[in-house]
Design a protein around this ligand. Structure first.
Ligand code: TEU
Ligand code: CA
Length: 546
């Protein structure tokens, strides 16, 4: 079917540039490093790269604080390197999707510098300013994501400025029409350079009503996204995916329904947040509940069955490593990695693989505060430590969920430096790179990489994957995820076990069919519809030709 847009059958690969490959021995990954690894991605079969921010930035939040939207951070390279990346990737059939961070910029951006000099310049209104209360305190008690008050006092203009994330990430005032036009111009400049689209950072935060303290999915969000679509996206063959921590299956089509002219997809986080303590967020993990997890994912599948489109992911640069988080990162690591990818990426939607996932990289065992680098981890320790949380408890929470896990350097080889860099990396390497690395995994036909390669090929070749209707099976089973994908008379059955023990199924548990095996990460397992003994972390895929 030629009407299917390229990004529906493609698999994306997310790169966190700082931690991917260092070409010049300064301990920091860079664009030439990425170019040198493009064959790894071409072998994997990916159709696009989501590149985390590479713009000029003081890097307080590793690039999610942009000082110049038209330039590349010097430690990452130059615009020439970027153009070369786009061209070299295209030569391998890979598009470059950029991270668009426009809810906020860096306090080093010249807009903010001007805005702080005087109230009487156009840039002053590019930010949200409010007066102090009579006693000098901030307008309200809103806390910033990375700790402290969300309000930063700027003495030169005698006002507080709203900063949702960190004190050096002032929020941009989307209610200023000139600012919006400036952003659209910048987006068009990158699109004209030949990029494949945008991943839009916290797009749910544009259009907020600061005074009503209505931040997420605020009153003007959809109006602004529609305007952006008209100004930049309409008529271009690009893909867009908006990050939204607040979107639910009920509101998803408001962003990506076909009559909306907004975005192609959203990244939702309902299933991630279900495993967090509502008050403590990621640093207060709750027990993982597979029944709840798969119910949420199934709700998303059903909500976007006929309109809109799902994004499918196991991790990203803000989340722990999936084998450690959901399954087993010890004895059954390889099998776990295959199982998680199988049940996630054969749902209906576009798959996003995060760097290192394709070789089954794991969490780190952090022991000391000085091993963390993330502004969120360090800021939250300041905040929670002051509230009486002990360092041991905090480190336990951070070991479960800190963003740092995703950011340890990519493990290419067993050598010192892991083939990532010849120098001391900007953040610690996981010591297990001696065993877990791309060179070793790729040399093994039973490795994780080879499984991902097959799965990604199946996503491209099998119309059941992009077109088949989804139906969750065994919704109440505590250890198995199973579902059907159906298109006409053909069916695909996907099953994965999240258990470290054997699981027994009887004949009535799964539909009987003429099931032909397509993929299995362990041998000797019966076809569905009969008695089955399911080995630990098993994954299987069967197709019935009908
Ligand atoms: O993340 C949004 C975001 O809100 C979180 O990842 C946040 O850490 C979490 O909700 C609270 O625990 C995006 C980017 O993905 C992230 O890397 C940036 O730090 C953030 O926006 C600010 O740009
Ligand atoms: Ca470098």
């Amino acid at each position: 079917d030629t009407k299917i847009p390229w990004w529906k059958t493609a698999t994306g690969y997310q790169i966190y540039p700082r931690s991917f490959a260092d070409s010049n021995g300064d301990g920091i990954g860079d664009l030439p490093g990425i170019i040198s690894k493009l064959d790894h991605l071409a072998d994997l079969g990916v159709g696009f790269i989501w590149l985390c921010p590479i713009y000029a930035s003081p890097m307080r939040d590793n690039g999610y604080d942009i000082a110049d939207y038209y330039d590349i951070a010097p430690e990452f390279g130059t615009l020439e390197d970027f153009d070369r990346l786009v061209a070299e990737a295209r030569a391998r059939g890979i598009r470059i999707v950029m991270d668009l961070v426009v809810n906020h910029c860096s306090s080093d951006h010249e807009w903010f510098r001007k805005a702080c000099e005087t109230r009487d310049c156009p840039e002053h209104d590019y930010f949200y300013w409010r007066d102090a209360q009579p006693d000098g305190s901030p307008p309200d008690d809103q806390r910033a994501c990375f700790g402290g008050s969300a309000w930063q006092w700027v003495e030169t203009v005698g006002r507080y400025c709203y900063c949702h994330f960190g004190p050096q990430q002032p929020d941009l005032n989307w209610h200023n029409p000139a600012l919006r036009q400036t952003i659209y111009e910048m987006m068009n400049w990158w699109l004209d350079r030949g990029i494949g689209g945008f991943r839009m950072d916290v797009i749910e935060l544009v259009g907020k009503d600061i005074d009503a303290r209505h931040y997420y999915e605020g009153p003007d969000m959809h109006r602004f996204i529609q305007e952006m679509h008209q100004a930049c996206l309409a008529g271009r063959d690009v893909m867009t995916v908006g990050e939204s921590w607040s979107v639910t299956p009920k509101t998803a089509l408001d962003y990506c329904g076909r009559d909306r002219a907004e975005l192609d997809m959203v990244f939702g986080f309902n299933h991630i947040q279900a495993a967090w303590d509502p008050a403590k967020g990621r640093f207060g993990p709750n027990l993982f509940d597979l029944r709840r997890h798969k119910a949420i994912l199934a709700d998303w599948q059903y909500a976007l069955a006929d309109d809109g489109w799902n994004s499918l992911y196991l991790s990203n640069h803000d989340l722990p490593r999936p084998v450690s988080h959901y399954a087993c990162d010890g004895e059954h690591r390889v099998r776990s990695a295959k199982m998680l990818a199988t049940v996630t990426y054969l749902m209906k939607g576009t798959a996003f693989v995060f760097q290192g996932e394709e070789i089954g990289m794991t969490n780190v065992r952090f022991e000391r505060l000085d091993q963390f680098r993330d502004i969120e981890t360090l800021g939250q320790w300041t905040e929670q430590g002051a509230q009486g949380v002990s360092l041991d408890d905090f480190i336990a929470g951070a070991n479960a969920n800190a963003r740092d896990h995703a950011r340890t350097p990519m493990q290419w080889t067993a050598e010192p430096g892991a083939g990532f860099s010849g120098a001391e990396p900007w953040m610690m390497l996981n010591p297990n790179h001696v065993d877990i690395n791309a060179a070793r995994d790729r040399a093994n036909p039973e490795g994780v990489f080879e499984w991902y390669r097959k799965l990604i090929a199946l996503r491209r070749s099998e119309s059941l994957v992009w077109g088949g209707a989804f139906e969750l099976l065994l919704p109440n089973h505590p250890a198995l995820v199973a579902y059907l994908r159906t298109e006409g008379a053909r069916r695909m059955l996907v099953m994965g076990s999240y258990s470290g023990d054997e699981v027994h199924l009887s004949a009535a548990d799964l539909p009987l069919g003429d099931w032909q095996p397509v993929l299995a990460n362990a041998d000797g397992v019966n076809a569905p519809g009969g008695d089955m003994t399911v080995p630990p972390y098993f994954a299987g895929v069967w197709i019935e030709e009908g």
